[in-house]
Design a protein around this ligand. Structure first.
Ligand code: NAD
Length: 304
């Protein structure tokens, strides 16, 4: 199943033989769709979508991520409420803040920036967030709903962004052989559920998989989320396959993905680059999840 490079609206531009899936363009379209949805929700239902961001400590990378998320909210018309906490904040205080935000009607989504400082257990704290406001989709209730194939699940942002990229590339997923590399709760597992939900035939690979190359060689869709620089090489990819690279690995050569982009581009039908592929989708899907959460508070506005 090669990508349809002539599909209307396809964001791809050719380099080598593969079409390049442009995450910046797809992400911009999602953000524009959210902006319109926010305006319609405000005008039609009087609901002002709001996102609370919690940042514990002063990690510079985390500060940057939160700032970007808040800027993206502002552009989309979503109100953001920032809650910076000292690195030494006890778990009880963080829990009390989450309890307050859970019941605040102006807050439709709660984003707890990870990682947390040592001493704060992310699992227990994430599970304190009300599932309906869990716009990162990390609460076990949302993971369970997704595993059950429920449309009520809040889907984690990065896997949701991968699905948008696949749609933008014209991937026909029903019946397609799809390989997911990586089984984290943040990316790999929810992605496998989403691909199953789209009727793909999913093979889930991980660090103990034998002969990854042979498994990938059978695939029409490959999503690499292992965190291993250039793990996927050209000899592992069938001609015309669609390859999505989630990996973001900081190396001496700069930021590289899990896919050997140059070589795989000569074999694949379509490929997402790093940077400029999955990365821009994650914030876009956070905005989308926040809008969806706000819509659910105005039932007559709830969209499918
Ligand atoms: P993780 O470390 O939690 O999980 C990695 C997974 O890859 C594990 O399940 C492991 O079994 C598997 N794996 C490791 N080595 C392997 C190998 N040699 N062969 C096959 N499988 C192997 O990582 P994660 O949080 O899922 O993130 C994966 C990558 O995606 C990282 O590079 C991360 O930075 C990136 N990421 C990017 C975004 C984004 O917005 N672009 C978001 C989240 C994660």
């Amino acid at each position: 199943m090669a990508a349809d490079r002539s599909a209307p609206g396809a964001p791809a531009t050719a380099t080598g033989t593969a079409a390049v899936i442009d995450g910046r363009a797809v992400g911009a379209r999602v953000r524009e769709r959210v902006r319109a949805g926010v305006a319609a929700l405000r005008a039609g239902h009087g609901v002002e979508p709001g996102l609370a961001t919690i940042l514990v400590g002063e990690d510079p990378a985390s500060e940057l991520y939160v700032r970007r998320k808040r800027e993206a909210c502002a552009e989309a018309g979503i109100t953001s409420f920032h809650e910076p906490l000292d690195a030494a904040t006890p778990a009880s205080e963080l829990a009390a803040l989450i309890d307050r935000l859970n019941t605040d009607p102006a807050v439709h989504g709660i984003l707890l920036q990870l990682p947390l400082p040592d001493g704060l257990a992310p699992g227990a704290i994430t599970a304190r967030i009300a599932p309906a406001k869990d716009v990162d989709g990390l609460h076990p209730v949302n993971a369970g709903l997704l595993a059950h194939g429920s449309p009520d699940a809040v889907v984690p942002c990065t896997p949701a962004g991968v699905m948008e990229l696949l749609r933008s590339a014209g991937a026909e997923l029903a019946g397609a052989r799809a390989v997911v590399i990586g089984r984290s709760t943040l990316v790999g597992r929810p992605l496998a559920s989403l691909l199953l939900g789209a009727d793909a035939t999913v093979t889930h690979c991980h660090s103990r998989t034998r002969d990854l190359a042979a498994v990938c060689g059978e695939a029409e869709v490959i999503v690499a989320a292992a965190g291993v620089p250039r793990l996927v090489t050209a000899d592992m990819v069938a001609e015309g396959a669609i390859v999505i690279d989630v990996g973001t690995n900081r190396t001496d050569e700069g930021l590289v993905g899990d896919v050997d982009f140059e070589a795989v581009s000569r074999v694949a039908g379509a490929i997402s680059p790093v940077p400029g592929g999955v990365g821009p989708m994650t914030i876009a899907m956070l905005l989308d999840n926040t809008l969806r959460a706000a819509r659910r508070t105005a039932p007559s506005a709830a969209a499918p």
